[in-house]
Each structure stands twice: as structure tokens, then as C-alpha cells.
Design a protein around this ligand. Structure first.
Ligand SMILES: NC(=O)c1ccc[n+]([C@@H]2O[C@H](COP(=O)([O-])OP(=O)(O)OC[C@H]3O[C@@H](n4cnc5c(N)ncnc54)[C@H](OP(=O)(O)O)[C@@H]3O)[C@@H](O)[C@H]2O)c1
Length: 339
């Protein structure tokens, strides 16, 4: 009786969203975690984490460093990256933290870093870097900044590192957001130019929805190559991004936000646990599979998924889901900043 009641209470609290995404939700969900899942030794494994100097990315580095992994911290600002590496090194005793400068929104920079890292096996690639700007900014590649950072850059990086991931039978983890539940896949909206008013929150949610669909597409198309693709959302964690991009939300919720480590817990679990290995194409929240379309009319059609694949292939100049020989294409023409 007691367990039926507690199961019912869990269902009600999870449906409330607030008491699921918040820190009480994490602590309630954590009661079902199996500590043995993370009884792992990652010595000799190479993990790449984007946006590794702050918030959930830094907490992910800390979590994986504690298991002995060599962590390559991909940070757009090298000085901030080194500061974070020193801090995590002091906390964990790890001497296997490296900082590599990478601006994920700059496709040329993604190609440069991928070329430097592709010679050795990559066991885990965590796409954590993310932005939520309040106005339209256009990158040198002619892409809107949120789209470039949260979706196209990660897509290109995975594409270029695929042989290195295949060699290690590696794992790719996409950090999405619960905000994606508010939007259905809208490829035209994602790639729309400056002819319409810009809504940063909507564009952010669109990129995060598309990231989850991308993870599913890659898992489906590349099934059999040994690489596991996962997407997750961290709930609501108190990080610089939330403080600066959503100040009103932060002011109201700060007492109940998760710590960055609680937000990063499922990333670490997907990257490191035996049980998550080989489970490809799922969306996760607090170490459990989560629905992607609980809100009516947010599911996409097969044509819309194909449109996403085509748009990403054009933007990045590479069709990851095509057979190897047909993968490279002309790519997008570079433009100057602000055009
Ligand atoms: N916190 C939450 O409640 C929450 C909820 C849902 C999803 N998320 C997702 O979690 C991820 C981490 O966010 P966070 O909350 O931990 O925020 P954060 O502390 O601000 O971290 C964001 C990280 O991304 C980096 N970054 C931004 N643009 C980049 C670029 N072009 N190239 C490389 N790195 C770049 C930032 O670098 P700088 O330090 O140089 O700016 C920073 O290291 C994001 O994808 C976010 O969307 C967070």
C-alpha cells in the first residue's frame, strides 16, 4: 500500500514539472539510482567535453575525472578553461585534464580541432556547450548563433570524429533541455534568416528539440557501427547560463535549483556506466528513459526528420547519415559577421 501511494505521489510530482526538474525532483529520483552503475574505472579512456569550463560541463569533467578518465576540455576561452582545469584538478587529484580551445559555433574552428583530435580513439564525446542569446547574432558561417552553437557545430564535430568514435566503440551524449518540450521540430524556423522578429527562448527550444531528433537519427542511421548516441536533459540547475540568460526565472526558482553536479549526473552516468553502454537513441532524465513528446502535437513526421538531416548536411557540408563515400558535400558559403 505504502509503495503504491509513493508511486502515485511520484507520478503527480513528475507531472508537475517544477517538482521534477527542481532539486527535490533530483533527490526523489536519485532514490532509485543503483550506486553499482558507477562502480567504473575509466583509466585509459578519452573523453571530450564542450563548454567544459562552467556549470554542467565543469561538473561533468569533475565526475569523469574522478573515474580516472583523460578529459579534454573543449572551451572557447582558453584562460577560463585553464582556470577550471586547475580547480577540478585540485578537487579530484587528476593530472589528466587537457584544455583545447574550441568555439563550437565556428565551423572552421570545429574542423581544425577535429583534425587535431581525430588521430586517436575517442571514447566519449559530450556536447554540452549551449547558448541562449536574447538577440539575433550571425556567425561567420552565416548561421544564427544559437543554431550554430547548439546544433550545427555539434553535428559537424560528431561527423568529423566519427571514425575516432567508431574505433573506440564510443558514446556521444547530447545535452538538451526540458525547454524542448515546448516546441515541435521546425526546420524552416530554425534556419530562418533575419526577416522575422527573433525570439531567443523559442530558438533555443527549437535547437534543443532538433538535438534530440538528431541523436535519434544518428542512432538509427549508424546502428551497427558500435557508437551509442544519447540525449538527455538536466532539469533546472543553478549555473551562469541560467543566471544571465534567464534572470527572472533564476530569481523565482533559485531556492529550488539543482546544483551543477546534480544537473550533470545523467551526463556522467551516460558517459561512464556499463548499463547505459549500447542503449542508443534514447532521451534520458535522471538516469531513466524519458518521453520526447508528452505534449500533444509535438511529434514530427518522417519528412520533417529528413528535412532536418538535409538542412544539417547543407549547413555543415557533410551528410553524416549517408554512406561514407557520399558524406562530404559543398557546404555552406562563408559570410562575414553581421551579414
Ligand atoms: N542549467 C540548466 O538548468 C540547464 C537546463 C537545460 C539545459 N541546460 C544545458 O546545459 C548545457 C550547459 O549549460 P550550463 O547551464 O552549465 O551553462 P554555463 O555554465 O553557462 O555553461 C555553458 C558553457 O557553454 C560554453 N559555450 C557557449 N558558447 C560556446 C561556444 N561557441 N563554443 C564553446 N563553448 C561555448 C560556455 O563557455 P563560456 O564560459 O566561455 O561562456 C560555458 O562553458 C547547455 O547546453 C544548456 O543549454 C542547462
Amino acid at each position: 500500500m505504502r509503495s503504491i501511494l509513493s508511486g502515485l505521489l511520484d507520478t503527480v510530482l513528475d507531472a508537475s514539472v517544477v517538482f521534477s526538474f527542481d532539486r527535490n525532483g533530483y533527490r526523489r529520483h536519485a532514490r532509485r539510482f543503483d550506486p553499482k552503475d558507477l562502480d567504473v574505472d575509466l583509466s585509459g579512456k578519452t573523453v571530450l567535453v564542450t563548454g567544459a569550463n562552467s556549470g554542467i560541463g565543469k561538473a561533468t569533467v569533475r565526475g569523469l575525472a574522478l573515474f580516472g578518465a583523460r578529459v579534454v576540455m573543449l572551451c572557447r576561452n582558453e584562460a577560463r578553461g585553464r582556470e577550471a582545469a586547475d580547480e577540478v584538478g585540485a578537487q579530484t587529484g587528476s593530472r589528466a585534464l587537457e584544455v583545447v580551445s574550441l568555439d563550437v559555433s565556428d565551423l572552421g574552428d570545429v574542423r581544425r580541432v577535429a583534425a587535431a583530435l581525430s588521430g586517436e580513439p575517442v571514447d566519449v564525446l559530450v556536447h554540452n556547450a549551449g547558448v541562449l542569446p536574447d538577440r539575433r547574432v550571425t556567425t561567420l558561417d552565416g548561421l544564427e548563433l544559437t543554431l550554430a552553437t547548439n546544433l550545427v557545430g555539434p553535428y559537424l564535430l560528431t561527423s568529423l570524429l566519427l571514425p575516432a568514435l567508431e574505433r573506440a566503440r564510443g558514446r556521444v551524449v547530447h545535452v538538451s533541455s526540458g525547454g524542448m518540450y515546448t516546441q515541435r521540430l521546425d526546420v524552416a524556423g530554425l534556419f530562418r534568416g533575419g526577416d522575422e522578429p527573433f525570439d531567443g527562448v523559442v530558438q533555443y527550444a527549437r535547437t534543443k528539440r532538433a538535438l534530440v531528433v538528431l541523436s535519434e537519427l544518428l542512432a538509427e542511421r549508424l546502428a551497427g557501427n558500435g557508437v551509442t548516441f544519447s540525449a538527455m536533459h538536466p532539469g533546472w540547475a543553478d549555473t551562469p547560463a541560467v543566471r544571465t540568460a534567464l534572470p527572472r526565472f533564476h530569481a523565482v526558482t533559485k531556492a529550488i535549483l539543482r546544483t551543477p553536479s546534480e544537473g550533470a549526473d545523467t551526463v556522467v552516468w551516460l558517459a561512464a556506466s556499463q548499463v547505459a553502454g549500447g542503449q542508443s537513441g534514447f532521451f534520458w532524465f535522471d538516469r531513466a528513459k524519458a518521453a520526447t513528446t508528452p505534449v500533444p502535437r509535438t511529434g514530427e513526421t518522417g519528412e520533417e526528420r529528413a528535412a532536418l538531416r538535409a538542412a544539417l548536411a547543407e549547413a555543415a557540408g557533410l551528410d553524416l547519415a549517408a554512406p561514407t563515400a557520399a558524406r562530404t558535400g559543398p557546404g555552406r558559403k562563408r559570410r562575414t559577421r553581421g551579414s
